[in-house]
Design a protein around this ligand. Structure first.
Ligand SMILES: NC(=O)c1ccc[n+]([C@@H]2O[C@H](COP(=O)([O-])OP(=O)(O)OC[C@H]3O[C@@H](n4cnc5c(N)ncnc54)[C@H](OP(=O)(O)O)[C@@H]3O)[C@@H](O)[C@H]2O)c1
Length: 338
């Protein structure tokens, strides 16, 4: 039987600039009962992701904004407590877009059943979930990386970036990445297979440092950060290079949009292809990745790091810390034991 109380986190106010703890409100409601077609899930693990910052703004985007007062949404791994939907039974492990809360009731069609093997459940929110899929889609489909090419990745030690580097190495590329501390840069090389790394916070000239780490130039850029790093990458791109625009986290907490990168004429002169993408538009490649990644993980070819915050009460802090670079690999919030 579930506990009777369900703690929840709601959007209390929209941030102007940086997110603060005041933007969140905690509430408690009774745990409900599923109606016909619904499932009651006990949430075990929750993902906090950069895109959630965009959903806190009241602007039109590829995903609707969070509404004021509403329970925030997140990718969750949980366990079925009660089901009124054919195909799910008590005890099943599931994943889906549920709430920042201890229990969620949802339409059974929103869920995907997990058949966990020996891997920890949290991996379905990271290396076997959306961030891993994003790395694969961006590198292989959007940027069409080829063996022998040089790939540059920003936010390289994060959930997406740490997978991009490893996939690029498995594919026979040379990989260089940027990250925000010496410890993260060491990890890029020791754990994630990067050939070279750069602590962008210590760089006096990003253009010069990226050029020296990529002496033959960059064939493929995997852009997670935007701003100065994106601008500096442009100066090292080879003719006919490709950049997968995955995200621009350096801008997400700006109260006003910033001017674009300088050097845009380089895109013309070097005949670059720069393409934005959203992972969920590529379901076939996502499925292809999950199958391959499950095997690579078993064979020890893919390594994985995560940073775990304990308890729903720490979810807002985990989210803010992740936006500020407090995480290595995937930022997870553990809500309950399985
Ligand atoms: N297009 C899609 O479908 C899709 C899907 C998933 C994610 N994304 C995007 O992919 C990017 C990475 O997401 P993730 O989930 O893997 O997050 P993550 O990299 O695990 O965490 C965010 C990281 O961004 C870095 N960062 C924050 N502010 C920065 C700044 N001003 N300059 C440079 N780096 C900064 C921090 O690392 P440092 O310590 O290195 O600064 C932080 O750890 C984000 O831009 C996200 O929006 C896109």
């Amino acid at each position: 039987m579930p506990e009777t109380n369900n703690q929840q986190v709601r959007l209390a106010s929209r941030p102007s600039g940086w997110v603060t703890p005041d933007n969140f409100e905690f509430t408690v409601e009774p745990v409900g009962e599923p109606a016909q077609g619904q499932v009651l899930v006990r949430n075990l693990l929750m993902s906090v992701d950069p895109y959630m910052r965009g959903r806190m703004n009241d602007v039109r985007s590829y995903v609707p904004p969070f509404r004021l007062g509403e329970v925030l949404q997140a990718s969750v791994v949980g366990q079925v407590v009660a089901s009124e939907y054919d195909g799910y039974a008590e005890g099943d492990y599931v994943t889906g877009m549920l709430g920042w809360e201890n229990y969620s009731i949802c339409d059974g069609r929103q869920l995907r059943k997990l058949t966990p093997g020996s891997e920890p459940l949290s991996w379905h929110l990271g290396i076997l979930g959306m961030p891993g899929m994003t790395a694969y889609v961006g590198l292989m489909k959007i940027a069409e990386a080829k063996p022998g090419e040089t790939v540059f990745v920003s936010a390289a030690s994060g959930a997406v970036g740490s997978v991009v580097g490893q996939l690029a190495k498995l594919h026979g590329c040379r990989v260089v990445g940027s990250a925000g501390s010496d410890e993260k840069v060491a990890l890029l090389k020791q754990e994630f297979g990067y050939d070279a790394g750069l602590n962008y916070k210590k760089s006096e000239s990003l253009v010069r440092d990226i050029k020296s780490l990529c002496p033959k130039g960059i064939d493929v850029g995997f852009e997670n950060v935007g701003g100065d790093i994106f601008e500096a990458v442009l100066w090292s791109m080879r003719d006919f290079g490709r950049i997968a625009l995955c995200g621009m986290i350096s801008n997400y907490n700006d109260a006003e949009p910033q001017p674009g990168p300088r050097g845009m004429m380089l895109i013309v002169g070097r005949r670059l292809t720069i393409r934005g993408f959203i992972v969920r538009d590529h379901p076939a490649e996502c499925q292809e990745y999950v199958t391959k990644a499950a095997a690579w993980v078993k064979e020890g070819k893919l390594r994985y790091h995560e940073t775990v915050a304990e308890g729903l009460e720490n979810a807002p802090k985990a989210f803010i810390d992740m936006l500020k670079g407090g995480n290595v690999g995937k930022q997870i919030v553990k809500l309950a034991d399985a």
